[in-house]
Design a binder for this molecule. Structure first.
Ligand code: NAP
Length: 259
């Protein structure tokens, strides 16, 4: 399917690997020029060269921590205007609800709520002026079904979801569609490290931990970054113009709900 976005310009955050990279690749395949970001200079530069060589689009790497004001300023200076924004950052660490203090919550809010809000505040007004834009926020299945050990993530992502629910409906009339994708388990380094946590706690191998977690997914496997990227690219397409303020759950059916 032609997504109708060839020649558009996108910022994809936290994209040297994993879900962010999946989104960057799918947009590049659709002909979108990219600015991509992550903290480690060597990694983001390597990913940018690989995507540019594979898809023949322009890909500018920016090494910066997207959860800080300075990091965002560096990314936005390299970007200029954008038609498409994909927000993403690493998830907060697991832990116990009794132990988190104010600083832990502020760090989680900065990373998984306020950095996305700041990027939308910076880029969406320009999209509205030009009458076209797409924003996809990478959140988590924990928005629909909390993960006990990830209370910091549950809290911060719920905040972002509430913001998007209101704001997306205020900008849709200007041709800007803002939506969230909620990943269930996808085979990335983040999933590997969560598998390692399960393996450590139960005294089993990472493979055994993965099989155990896959058994809880009706689709029978983890998702991939490619699956995820394809959905992101569709939400950024011309055809997605009527999808507004939605939370798209990509979890292989893991969440046992009717709606
Ligand atoms: P990943 O494979 O570990 O990749 C994370 C990417 O983000 C890397 O490119 C990393 O590069 C970059 N990054 C991390 N912190 C950053 C920061 N502060 N500023 C800029 N770049 C940063 O993780 P993933 O699996 O793709 O997960 C992406 C997001 O989805 C996370 O928030 C995660 O919690 C959430 N999620 C993932 C899953 C899953 O199963 N994979 C499920 C639910 C939710 P550098 O380290 O070099 O910066």
């Amino acid at each position: 399917m032609d997504l109708g976005i060839k020649g558009k310009r996108a910022l994809v955050c936290a994209a040297s690997k994993g879900l962010g990279r999946g989104c960057a690749e799918a947009l590049a395949e659709a002909g979108v020029d990219l600015v991509i970001n992550s903290r480690t200079e060597s990694e983001i530069t390597k990913t940018a060269s690989e995507i540019a060589a594979k898809y023949g689009v322009s890909v500018t790497p920016v090494a910066a921590d997207i959860t800080t004001e300075e990091g965002r300023a560096k990314v936005l200076a390299a970007l200029g205007d954008a038609d498409i924004l994909v927000t993403n950052a690493g998830g907060p660490p697991p832990g116990d609800w009794r132990d988190w203090d104010r600083d832990d919550f502020i760090r989680a809010l900065d990373a998984n709520m306020l950095s996305a809000v700041a990027l939308m505040q910076a880029l969406v007004p320009g999209m509205m002026d030009r009458g076209w834009g797409r924003v996809v926020n990478i959140t988590s299945q924990s928005v629909r079904s909390p993960i006990p050990a990830l209370g910091l993530s549950n809290s911060a992502r719920a905040g972002l979801t509430g913001f998007v629910a209101g704001m997306s409906r205020q900008v849709a009339g200007s041709g800007v569609c803002v939506n969230n994708i909620l990943p269930g388990i996808h085979a990335t380094d983040r999933a590997n490290s969560l598998d390692d946590g399960v393996a450590g706690r139960q005294g089993i191998t990472r493979d055994e931990a993965r099989k155990q977690r896959e058994a809880g997914i009706p689709a029978g496997t983890y998702g991939t970054a490619e699956d995820f990227g394809a959905t992101c690219a569709f939400l950024c397409s011309q055809q997605a113009r009527f999808i507004v303020g939605q939370n798209i759950l990509l979890d292989g059916g893991a969440l046992n709900v009717t709606v």
